[in-house]
Design a protein around this ligand. Structure first.
Ligand code: GDP
Length: 313
């Protein structure tokens, strides 16, 4: 992961090493290389511009001029600016004062929402919580069954709509897909949260529908669910491999559902990492978790400093 970005930055820093003092042209060259490396990693152009401007200004300033090892100082500056752009501190989940804490998941179809619902539930369970998963993705024919399977693997209860009603059940029902018809996602979500409250689950994770591309109906449905259940957190799940489309997609979801945090999924793949750098910067919302595989335990809390370290490794 981030192979291209780290390789290119390493090459850039190698060129600086050994120089006693950095001339303006050394700095300009390094900044140009950093710019290319970031663009190559699919970081959005405005973000690249802001980043390189900040690095250039600092690299030409006193802190580098007076440093014993100017090249190392530039690496330090790049690291600090990466941490800043990635959000600085890790943001924890905000739990409700009066349980259940409601966490809604939103994102495009295939982004990894359902998988992440299981991972987050399991992660919370391992920390002493009693999460309930709610299957409100009624768009995809087998999404409900998929969440039930995910829930079973994670050892979690799942609230899913039953045929013709939204009463829900606690266990994996195993009814054939063809025999199931569902209520509307807003009622299912609301019923799921009520069920969690009645059964004293302290967290409820609501998996919502996605489409292959951003569309008005999808966004309206997600917005309706949001206003019906008043979540404490809305986590936007995005595939880290999405590349340049990350910014547009994130902006659309930010406007549509006002998400409060980001989950970068499929970070185990050969994502070029641009999404991680762009999304926080353009939406202002923190990246809170990374999804790093298909197993239920493949979840990591997102640490901006560790991610910056990984990029500069
Ligand atoms: P949804 O449509 O947003 O609910 O997406 P799914 O959870 O169904 O995931 C879509 C596909 O991506 C599935 O094949 C998952 O196994 C896979 N997937 C989800 N998260 C990850 C991840 O972190 N890493 C990898 N490699 N695959 C993932």
């Amino acid at each position: 992961m981030f192979a291209t970005l780290s390789d290119r930055l390493t090459a850039t820093f190698k060129n600086l090493r050994g120089k006693g003092r950095l001339s303006e042209s050394d700095v300009n060259k390094a900044v140009r290389d950093i710019r290319l490396a970031l663009l190559d990693a699919d970081v959005a152009l405005p973000v690249v511009k802001r980043f390189t401007t900040a690095v250039r200004e600092r690299a030409l300033g006193e802190e580098v001029n007076q440093a014993l090892n100017p090249a190392q100082q530039v690496v330090k500056i790049v690291n600090e600016e990466l941490v800043t752009i990635l959000g600085g501190e890790t943001r924890q989940i905000r739990f409700a004062k009066n349980p259940p804490t409601v966490i809604m998941l939103a994102g495009l179809q295939g982004s990894g929402k359902t998988t992440f619902a299981g991972k987050l539930g399991r992660w919370l369970k391992d920390r002493g919580h009693t999460p309930l998963l709610v299957a409100a993705d009624l768009q995809r024919p087998n999404a409900v069954t998929q969440l039930e399977v995910v829930g079973e693997r994670a050892g979690l209860k799942v609230f899913a709509p039953e045929r013709g009603n939204v009463g829900g059940h606690d266990a994996v029902a195993g009814t054939g897909e063809g025999t199931r018809s569902f209520g509307d996602p807003v009622s299912v979500s609301r019923a799921g949260v009520e069920h969690a409250r009645a059964q004293q689950h302290d967290v409820v994770i609501v998996d919502t529908a996605g489409r292959l591309a951003v569309d008005t109906n999808l966004m309206q449905q997600a917005a309706d669910i949001r206003s019906a259940i008043q979540p404490d957190e809305v986590l936007f799940v995005i595939d880290a491999m999405i590349g340049q489309a990350a910014v547009e997609t994130a902006q659309a979801f930010h406007e549509g559902v006002a998400f409060t945090g980001v989950v970068l999924s499929k970070l185990d793949g050969d994502a070029r990492g641009g999404a991680a750098l762009s999304i926080r910067e353009v939406t202002g919302e923190p990246i809170m978790f990374a999804s790093v595989g298909e197993k239920v335990t493949d979840i990591e809390v997102f640490h901006p400093d560790r991610m910056a370290g990984r990029i500069l490794d």
